[in-house]
Each structure stands twice: as structure tokens, then as C-alpha cells.
Design a protein around this ligand. Structure first.
Ligand code: HEC
Length: 96
């Protein structure tokens, strides 16, 4: 191997190493690739704090009404996301 390709190879290895290590760092921070912000925070934490959600307990019907109410107030949400939000609310924040 001549000196030129040696240095090229060295540079390539360096770039690969930097890419891998920075991605590992991001992974450790929980932000490599996948979005990790909880759905409730994404969907329900924009107009008011998401803690307004975490602090309340409601019945299944109550949460359905709240989501409906928030849509009237301007919440933008897909059907799929709405189902996921509803499932989380009913699973973790149910008034028993
Ligand atoms: C477009 C803005 C907006 C978004 C997005 C939003 N809200 Fe609200 N929310 C409001 C406003 C404005 C109020 C103020 C109180 C009111 O008008 O009753 C409120 C109040 C509330 C309250 C307390 C008032 C009550 O009726 O008890 C709860 C609980 C709530 N929101 C839940 C949610 C949840 C759950 C989501 C996500 C699915 C969400 N919000 C997303 C605008 C929003």
C-alpha cells in the first residue's frame, strides 16, 4: 500500500469512527433516530403544560369528552394518534 492510500484509508476510518461514536452518544441521550418525546407531551403539551393532563383522573367517557373538547379548541391529531392518546389516558389516568 502506498502512502497516499494509507492516508485515505486512515481518514475513512476516522470518519467512520466519529460517525459511530457520535451516534452512540445520541443513542445514549435517547435521540438517535427515534423520536422519544412522549405522545401526550407532543399532542397535549403545546397549548398548556402536559401536567394539566397528568394531574387529572377521568372516566373513559370523561377522557373521550376531553379529547373531543381539545379538538374543538384546535388540537390537530390523526385518528391513529387519537386512539393511542386515548389508550394511554385510560390506562394510566383513569378515574376509578
Ligand atoms: C389547541 C390547543 C390545545 C391542545 C392541543 C390541547 N388542549 Fe387541553 N386545553 C386547551 C385550552 C384552551 C384549555 C383551557 C381550559 C378550557 O378552555 O376549558 C385546556 C384545558 C385542558 C384541561 C383542563 C380543563 C378541563 O376541562 O378540565 C385538560 C384536562 C386538557 N386540556 C387535556 C388535554 C389533552 C388530554 C390534550 C391532548 C389530547 C389537550 N388538552 C390538548 C387547549 C388545548
Amino acid at each position: 500500500m502506498d502512502l497516499r492510500s494509507f492516508f485515505l484509508l486512515k481518514r475513512l476510518l476516522l470518519v467512520v469512527a466519529i460517525t459511530i461514536s457520535s451516534c452512540m452518544t445520541l443513542l445514549l441521550l435517547g435521540s438517535c433516530g427515534q423520536q422519544k418525546i412522549p405522545l401526550i407531551e407532543q399532542k397535549c403539551g403545546t397549548c398548556h403544560s402536559a401536567s394539566i393532563v397528568y394531574q387529572t383522573r377521568r372516566t373513559e367517557e370523561g377522557w373521550r369528552q376531553v379529547i373531543h373538547g381539545m379538538k374543538i379548541r384546535g388540537l390537530v391529531i390523526t385518528e391513529e394518534e387519537e386512539r393511542q392518546v386515548y389508550d394511554i389516558l385510560v390506562r394510566d389516568y383513569l378515574l376509578k
